[in-house]
Design a protein around this ligand. Structure first.
Ligand SMILES: [Fe+2]
Length: 368
């Protein structure tokens, strides 16, 4: 967006863009954002300016635009060289204000008619990998089929996205039903929809789950869009939404040599009241107290949330067969599994949310 005109004030400059939007840039902010060799390291993309020693009285001596408003050129009182700012930078930084754009499509069962799967050999190509990322950004999950049914397939896909995260379960893990572990995920009984690691301050962003062996009956994987639940509750019952987005619910992992605990609301919102994370794990919820009125309100809201999550109309279901890998955004989509008889071996890993976000940005995608 090019600049139409500018007006210098003593402590700021008013920039009017060609789409009639205007923005005030204070002198200190502009002085702090000079992109030239003296003030910016173009190799490391880091600021060189020692901001704290900038004279607050630094002022703009002269200002003009160049190339039909493509650039703003400023002459600073403390700089020998003219400073050049691109109108794109000034516009983008004002418009987005550092916040991410939202591109997701919320869904329930009836909406998931689209084939969301990709074959492994395609997923590892440049073009296929971008589709994989796009599916996760849009729907909160992606299915990769035709993988070799072993840990290496998980490792190969995970390493394309980011770093494998170390946790109480290890890095790259394999598991089957095991009643010695202190987590419900190791049982054969029904596992109702939940997000993982409500006991972690930084819950894993992605969970990768590959079916390696399946000699069983049942064991459908269940996914539910937590953002859709939030949308529904916000629309029909603002009071419940307020409770679920304000009361901090603690989660615990006690056992296997650790005592992890964290707390946050079931719907975590940003400063513009947009949802950024859903955290719900009724298994891991730790005892906590509220006053009498709030207690009743909280249980009413929790009931609403969990009944929607357990309603089959909300759920995408599939029995994963050997070689099928699910990648789930654990900050958005709840996962569960119906009960099963027989044996079922799975492999998987976690990836941090910020590493997934980073890969999305490198591919010009927004992970929200
Ligand atoms: Fe889980």
């Amino acid at each position: 967006m090019q600049i139409k005109n500018i007006k210098i004030h003593p402590k700021k400059i008013k920039v009017l863009f060609k789409n009639k939007k205007s923005e005030n840039f204070t002198n200190i902010w502009l002085r702090d954002h000079i992109f030239n060799e003296e003030n910016w390291d173009f190799v490391t993309n880091q600021r060189k300016t020692f901001t704290a020693v900038l004279d607050p009285k630094t002022f703009i001596k002269k200002a003009k635009t160049e190339e039909n408003g493509k650039y703003l050129i400023l002459e600073w009182s403390d700089q020998k060289k003219l400073a050049k700012y691109s109108s794109k930078f000034l516009y983008d930084v004002s418009k987005n204000n550092g916040l991410k754009k939202i591109f997701h499509k919320t869904w329930e069962k009836k909406d998931m008619t689209k084939n969301i799967s990709l074959k492994f050999n395609r997923a590892i190509t440049k073009e296929g990998f971008k589709i994989l990322l796009k599916n996760i950004c849009t729907y909160g999950f992606c299915l990769i089929t035709n993988c070799k049914p072993n840990k290496n397939s998980v490792k190969k896909i995970a390493n394309k996205i980011g770093y494998i995260r170390q946790s109480i379960f290890g890095g790259l893990w394999s598991f089957e039903a095991n009643n010695k572990m202190s987590d419900s995920a190791y049982s054969k009984s029904e596992l109702r929809p939940h997000t993982d690691s409500t006991y972690s301050n930084d819950a894993p962003g992605l969970q990768l789950l590959l079916c390696c062996e399946y000699n069983a009956k049942g064991g459908e994987s269940i996914l539910v869009d937590g953002f859709k639940i939030a949308e529904k509750i916000k629309k029909k019952n603002k009071k419940f939404f307020k409770i679920l987005s304000s009361i901090e619910v603690p989660g615990n992992y006690l056992g296997d040599g650790v005592f992890l605990q964290a707390q946050r609301p079931i719907f975590r919102l940003d400063k513009k009241d947009r949802i950024i994370q859903v955290s719900f794990n009724n298994y891991d919820r730790a005892p906590f107290r509220l006053d009498e009125k709030k207690t009743l309100e909280f249980y009413n809201a929790l009931r609403k949330f969990d009944l929607i999550a357990n309603d089959k109309k909300s759920q995408w279901r599939r029995v994963l067969k050997p070689g099928e890998l699910l990648i789930i955004n654990n900050w958005r989509v709840l996962h569960g599994r119906s009960k099963f008889k027989g044996s079922r071996k799975m492999s998987g890993c976690y990836i941090n949310k910020e590493d997934f976000d980073s890969m999305c940005k490198l591919n010009s995608l927004s992970s929200y």
